[in-house]
Design a protein around this ligand. Structure first.
Ligand code: MN3
Length: 246
C-alpha cells in the first residue's frame, strides 16, 4: 500500500512538473531522454554497460554520447524525412549513397544526421573489447596494407590528430579486402562513396572532452585499449562477403 501511494504521489508530481519529492530512483528515470520519434530509424542500444570501456572511456561520456548525441542524430534524421516516405524507406547505407538525390531543403540535415547515425552505430560495436592485437585475416590485411599493427596505430594517430575540428578517422575496406585510412570531416563517412568501414574512431570533442579535455592524442592512444578485435574481424569477413550493413 505504501508503494502504491508513493507512486501515485510521484506521478502526480511529474504531471504537474514538480519532481522534488520523487525518490532518487524514480527521479533518475524521469531524467532520462524522451523516447525517440517512432522511426523509421531507431537508436540501437549500447551493446554493453556504459562502464564497459572504463577507464579509457568514462561511463559519463559513453552515456551522454549514446543517449544524447546519437539519439539526437536519429531524431533529427527522422524529423527531416517525415514528409519524404521514399527516402525514409531506404536502408541507411543506401540513403547515404543517394544524397545527391535528396531535396536541397533537407540534404545537409540528412547528410549530417544519417552520417551521424551510421557512424555511431558502427562505433559502439567496435568498442567494448580488450584491445591487444588483431588476429586472423584482418591481422594479415593490416600487416599487408600498413606494415604492422604498430604502424597502423602510428598512422591512425597522425591522421586522427590531423582532423581539423570535428570528424572521424576510419579504416575503410574495399570489396577485395584492401584497407585504407580515410579521415572524414563532420559526420561524413566512406559509406557516402559506397565504400565499407572496417572501424573508426570519433574525434569530435564530445567523444573525449570530459576526461581528456584538449588532449586528443591521449584519447586516441587510450582508445586502442577498448577496441574489440573480434567485432572488427567479423566486420572484415562481412565486408568481403558484401553483407556488412553499415
Ligand atoms: Mn560522436
Amino acid at each position: 500500500m505504501l508503494m502504491t501511494s508513493r507512486r501515485a504521489v510521484v506521478f502526480a508530481g511529474a504531471a504537474s512538473g514538480v519532481a522534488a519529492i520523487a525518490p532518487r530512483r524514480v527521479w533518475a528515470q524521469a531524467a532520462a531522454p524522451a523516447p525517440a520519434p517512432a522511426g523509421p530509424f531507431t537508436l540501437p542500444p549500447l551493446p554493453y554497460a556504459p562502464t564497459a570501456n572504463e577507464p579509457s572511456i568514462d561511463a559519463q561520456t559513453m552515456s551522454l554520447h549514446h543517449d544524447r548525441h546519437h539519439a539526437a542524430y536519429v531524431a533529427n534524421l527522422n524529423a527531416a524525412l517525415k514528409d519524404h516516405g521514399q527516402l525514409a524507406a531506404l536502408p541507411l547505407a543506401e540513403l547515404l549513397t543517394k544524397l545527391p538525390e535528396v531535396p536541397d531543403t533537407i540534404r545537409t540535415t540528412v547528410r549530417n544526421n544519417a552520417g551521424g547515425h551510421a557512424n555511431h552505430s558502427m562505433f559502439w560495436t567496435v568498442m567494448g573489447g580488450k584491445g591487444g592485437d588483431p588476429w586472423g585475416p584482418v591481422a594479415a590485411a593490416i600487416t599487408r596494407d600498413f606494415g604492422s599493427i604498430a604502424q597502423l596505430k602510428e598512422a591512425f594517430q597522425k591522421v586522427g590528430l590531423g582532423v581539423f575540428g570535428s570528424g572521424w578517422v576510419f579504416v575503410s575496406v574495399d570489396k577485395g579486402g584492401k584497407l585504407a585510412l580515410t579521415p572524414r570531416p563532420n559526420q561524413d563517412t566512406p559509406l557516402m562513396e559506397g565504400s565499407s568501414v572496417l572501424f573508426g574512431n570519433d574525434v569530435w570533442e564530445h567523444a573525449y572532452y570530459l576526461k581528456y579535455q584538449n588532449r586528443r592524442a591521449d584519447y586516441l592512444t587510450a582508445w586502442w585499449n577498448v577496441i574489440n578485435w573480434d567485432a572488427v574481424s567479423d566486420r572484415y569477413a562481412k565486408a568481403q562477403a558484401g553483407s556488412l550493413p553499415l
